[in-house]
Design a protein around this ligand. Sequence first.
Ligand SMILES: NC(=O)c1ccc[n+]([C@@H]2O[C@H](COP(=O)([O-])OP(=O)(O)OC[C@H]3O[C@@H](n4cnc5c(N)ncnc54)[C@H](OP(=O)(O)O)[C@@H]3O)[C@@H](O)[C@H]2O)c1
Length: 269
Amino acid sequence: MALPPDRVVLITGASSGIGRAAAFAFARDGARVALAARRVEALETAAREIGERALAVPCDVRRRDEVRAAVEKTVHHFGALHVVVANAGIGLYTAIEDMTDEDLDAVFRTNVYGAVYAVQEALPHLRTTRGSQAIFISSILGRASMPYMGPYGMSKHALTALADALRLEVADDGVEVILIGPGLTATEFQRNAVSKVRGFIPAGDNAGGWPPERVADAILAASKKRKREVYLTADGRLLIRLKYWLPRLAEWGIRRWIRARLPEGRERT
Ligand SMILES: NC(=O)c1ccc[n+]([C@@H]2O[C@H](COP(=O)([O-])OP(=O)(O)OC[C@H]3O[C@@H](n4cnc5c(N)ncnc54)[C@H](OP(=O)(O)O)[C@@H]3O)[C@@H](O)[C@H]2O)c1
């Protein structure tokens, strides 16, 4: 069932990058949007630029109470919630051998627990309208793994499992679950990512990355076409296929790609 044009959409990680661009894209399409993230000023600026159809709902997605408050504020202001986009995420690069409990905690608290809190707090409201949606922003690395991106890849694989399980649980309630896997996107993400491997910030200059607006348009299109799972870049889709059908070839290609980005070999900072 299609949602009304003025549907209410709550987006986490909306202070920059893909989430911010998604807020503008949904609003242009007629939606009312709630923008969530920690940077209050950036959120309020974006909400002001969008206009009266937007609301800033600052929160740290690592805190369930703050996510709950953001959902409640959204529902109180707009009277409903139809779509939640769990987009907030961070990157951390380390060899598995060097990965600490703190590394895993940092990535999972934001990328996995943050998404769990958003969808759990939104679900009672989504259930009231058939055709409501939970959208998870994953990555190509939610289906294929890369060396030195272990914790990040693990968190995105967790989102795949989360989306797959949730879809089966809420299908009878008419709630749709959509998983989006962007490839490299030109945002602050790579710059903000912590790297424990010297000289290794994959694509730190974002060269060749999609503009976030293009990813946002793809998220909006997936929502309107009620897709289940979409991987955005052609090379990302190829990698996922190769991984299953020709894994040795995929691994050979990945190791070559990584070697070119590790000029001094794998060194710890
Ligand atoms: N860029 C890429 O190449 C790429 C590729 C594939 C997938 N993705 C995924 O796309 C999503 C968005 O990333 P992006 O590229 O747009 O990067 P970005 O510009 O760095 O945006 C990340 C967003 O997450 C928010 N965030 C981080 N920690 C948070 C927390 N604890 N609580 C609330 N919000 C938090 C940030 O806002 P505050 O700092 O204001 O809290 C920011 O709005 C992520 O899930 C990322 O994994 C990105």
